[in-house]
Structure formats: structure tokens, C-alpha cells
Design a protein around this ligand. Sequence first.
Ligand code: ADP
Ligand code: NI
Length: 219
Amino acid sequence: MKNDQLVQSTIDFVKKELQNAEGGHDWFHIERVFNTSKSILKQESANSLVVQLAALLHDIADPKFHNGNENIGPSKSREFLESQSVDKEIIEHVVNIIKHMSFKNSLDNNGASFTSKELQIVQDADRLDAIGAIGIARAFNYGGFKNRELYNPEVPPNLQMSKEEYKKSNAPTINHFYEKLLLLKDKMNTTTGKKIAQERHRFMEYFLEQFYREVGIFK
Ligand code: ADP
Ligand code: NI
């Protein structure tokens, strides 16, 4: 199968699988990560097919929505790629990217046993989608999905939480900016990713300033 056809059939598969996904993890998230990955790719030398397939399949089964099960996404992806008779090497690489690119897996260096240029590109594109205007929209959407408070001055951000505590925490959505979103710009891998991140980061800072002004809390 030609690469273009394979990418198209992957798009069709992902769209179908994500039909009922929550707004921050729906097809449009995938489409943004796919497009951003392709623009970063223009500035980097990496395997274009691997980048495109990994971007499309990276959230096919988010553990957050599957009782924490981290294996469903990689195995669904493998199954799909095998059904399309994709080269074994490409399948292994794409599946490895999907297994290793989550914030959690990349946060502690002990856990992250795999990396590649292709992973770095898709990871940057995914992180860019968590910051800036779209990142703000996604965070409040996710918080709403979880029925969380927008903000609460009595519950300050907690940067010392363990990963397990963080997952269980029902903290107000604004805390998520301090616990994760504002930290992302320093975690970018590629030069292009870093550049885009800076601009989106500034926009979040500006948003927070205005937010506190309106709420009447001075930070
Ligand atoms: P992705 O699936 O894109 O790799 P995540 O699953 O970590 O990233 O998060 C998806 C989106 O939901 C992101 O925009 C993220 O900021 C948001 N999100 C995740 N956890 C929280 C939280 N505790 N509060 C608010 N937003 C969250
Ligand atoms: Ni994602």
C-alpha cells in the first residue's frame, strides 16, 4: 500500500474509534497534533511515515478513559497496523512511540527506556496542544468533564504531589496550570517546538494575569 493511502486509512480508523471521545481528546485533538507534527517535521530529519502514524494513533485509547490500562492503545495500534500489512519495523517504532510519549512516562527518566527523533516530534506536538489558547480550552473542558471547580483560593497548587496522588486529586482546574501546563515549555525537544511553546506560554501567563484580575485575587 502506498504511504498516502495508509495515512488516509489510518485517519479513517482513528476518526471512527474516537467518535464518542471527550472534547479534549477527540479527532480534532488528533488532527492538530498531526498537523503540528508535520510542520515540525519540515524542520527536522525524521521518518515521515512513522511520525504521521504515531501522531494519528497516539491517543487511540487513553489510559485515563480505560481504567488506567496502558496497554490498550499500543495493542489496538499494533492490531490496526498489522491489518494494513505495514512493515514490521515501522509497526515496532510506532508502537514504541505510543507507549513512551505520555507526560507521565517521560517525566521520570527511569521509566523512559525508548526515545527517537520521531517520538520527540510527536511528543512536542502533543505538548503544544496542551498549552496556549487551545491548552486553556482543553484544561477547562477536562475539568468540567471531571466536575472540578474552576479555581479555589483555599486550595493552592501542590507541586509536591506524587503521580498517584495527582491522578486522584480533584483540585481546581486553575491549579493544573502550575502543576503541569506552565512546566511544558521547558520540556520541549525540538527547536521548532521550543519556539512555538514560548509564544503559547506567554499567552497562558497573560491569561492567568487577567483571570486573577477579574476574580479579584492578586498574585
Ligand atoms: P494528552 O492525552 O494530549 O497526551 P493528557 O492526557 O495529559 O494529554 O491531557 C489531555 C488534556 O487534558 C490536556 O490538555 C491536559 O491539560 C488536560 N488535563 C489533564 N489532566 C488535567 C487536570 N487534572 N486538570 C485539567 N486539565 C487536565
Ligand atoms: Ni494527545
